[in-house]
Write a protein that binds this ligand. Structure first.
Ligand code: ATP
Ligand code: MG
Ligand code: MG
Ligand code: MG
Length: 351
């Protein structure tokens, strides 16, 4: 029996294009002898459309951008297996969505309500992982070392901006990083070295979210690890990001492409083991399932600080997470199959 897999991609998010590229790559890697593949496309406007079963990988992204037919514009309809009219028709849904409205637990919640098995993190881990303040509070509770941070709500800042800046200067100091609490891809993030830059950074970050976080800036190497599994998660080798810009900003991630990835990262065994342990602790502390990419800072003195986890990390064959697993001995097609299996297992455990 083949697995009926609904591939959910696109999305009403700044990361729509990234998701389309991921969908192309995943389609190419899925074995059609093992899977019946049903595309579910979310347009940039947020319309959900299911396409016909795919009998070959798509040649172009355009092919995967379906137009709505009549009666095909509700999420509920799009998640119904064509020709069967049954939600249970799908064996598993694979969401390839990044950022708000996809990586943040909202889509996961809908799939739960529809009683559909799905790949990746559940509602709680997805939403807690999307909010950097909540995530850091949970990491602190788990005893993971982090840089100092404070956070602000837009209305509080608007009432007394001076008090907000003074709080940053007395508790964090410069340099600091200002970030929207709920986002990814470095969107809305600024590095500040003065009051003037801090004021501009608050304005910028509050354009993307009603909540922001300000962190102490560290001068450190950036090391990332992949975690895979459910109750007994495994860790990949470590990779290092070497940005050629001031920090790993949006431009470096998606436009310049001259950021180097070193896999495996050059680390002594003790440091790698410590990173591995912390990555697993982070995974468990948020009650993750399926996968996360855990991002760390490593200072010259050897101090490790966890920066964040990403519950749906970049997932093209050239992204860090799949490359980390390739170097660990798990090729892209096998990685996809493992993730499907973990998703189905978690669903069955809950029944
Ligand atoms: P993504 O989800 O794409 O990994 P993000 O939007 O969640 O990114 P972060 O990973 O928190 O953002 O930060 C983006 C980059 O900014 C980091 O990779 C790093 O280069 C730099 N950076 C963030 N916080 C700090 C910090 N406290 N000290 C030094 N550099 C930082
Ligand atoms: Mg992130
Ligand atoms: Mg992200
Ligand atoms: Mg990051």
């Amino acid at each position: 029996m083949k697995t009926k897999l609904g591939l959910l991609y696109g999305g009403k998010s700044a990361e729509h294009k990234v998701s389309m590229q991921t969908a192309m790559a995943v389609l190419k890697a899925l074995d059609l002898n093992k899977f019946d593949i049903y595309p579910i496309y979310i347009s940039e406007e947020g319309t959900w459309i299911n396409g016909p079963q795919l009998t070959a990988p798509a040649e172009t992204i355009k092919e995967l951008e379906y137009k709505p037919e009549s009666g095909q514009v509700s999420m509920d309809t799009a998640l119904t297996l064509r020709d069967s009219g049954d939600h249970q028709g799908f064996d598993v849904i694979f969401p390839l969505l990044h950022g708000p409205n996809g990586e943040d637990g909202t889509v996961q919640g809908m799939l739960e309500l529809m009683n559909l098995p799905y790949v990746g993190n559940g509602v709680l881990a997805s939403s807690a992982g999307m909010d950097k303040v909540i995530m850091k509070n949970i990491f602190a509770q788990a005893g993971l070392p982090q840089v100092a941070y404070v956070w602000f709500i837009r209305s509080g800042w608007e009432k007394d901006r001076e008090a907000s800046y003074e709080k940053v200067e007395s508790e964090i100091g410069y340099p600091c990083f200002v970030k929207p609490a709920n986002l990814g891809s470095s969107v809305g993030i600024s590095k500040c070295t003065s009051r003037e830059e801090l004021e501009a950074a608050f304005v910028e970050a509050f354009q993307f979210d009603r909540k922001i976080i300000v962190e102490q800036g560290v001068n450190a190497r950036e090391i990332e690890l992949g975690v895979l599994g459910n109750d007994e998660p495994q860790c990949s080798v470590a990779g290092e990001i070497v940005p050629k810009t001031e920090f790993y900003d949006y431009k470096a991630k998606y436009e310049d492409g001259d950021t180097a990835m070193v896999i495996p990262a050059e680390l002594d065994e003790e440091t790698y083991n410590s990173l591995k342990e912390q990555a697993i602790t982070a995974f468990k502390s948020l009650d993750c399932s399926g996968l996360v990419r855990a991002d760390f800072f490593l200072t010259e003195e050897g101090d490790i600080y966890i920066n964040e986890v990403n519950t749906m990390p970049g997932f093209t064959p050239f992204s860090m997470f799949p490359l980390l697993w390739k170097h660990t001995g798990v090729e892209y097609p096998e990685l996809i199959e493992k993730l499907v299996q973990y998703g189905v297992e978690r669903y069955e455990e809950k029944q």
